[in-house]
Design a protein around this ligand. Structure first.
Ligand SMILES: [Zn+2]
Length: 79
């Protein structure tokens, strides 16, 4: 298991996600983002807008994803 925070994944709070794979991590972050979106949480909405800007460019998005995946792979396993 590894731990990443919402912030590390392009969000805006310190909520921690624990997962074995980056795909799992991304999925948890996505769900959390949706929840925050439904609550109209201002900082998350702002972070989401920025992500959407990024998504307009598939290359940048891919790069972002690869970078985060690398970050995840370099993390220490939870003790
Ligand atoms: Zn968050």
């Amino acid at each position: 298991m590894k731990t990443m925070t919402c912030k590390q994944l392009g969000g805006s709070c310190d909520k921690e996600f624990h997962a074995n794979t980056f795909e799992e991590m991304a999925e948890m972050n996505k769900k959390h983002g949706m929840e925050m979106f439904q609550k109209n949480d201002e900082p998350h909405l702002k972070a989401m807008n920025e992500m959407q800007e990024l998504m307009k460019s598939p290359n940048e998005m891919k790069e972002w994803f690869e970078n985060k995946k690398r970050e995840f792979n370099n993390l220490q396993e939870n003790k």
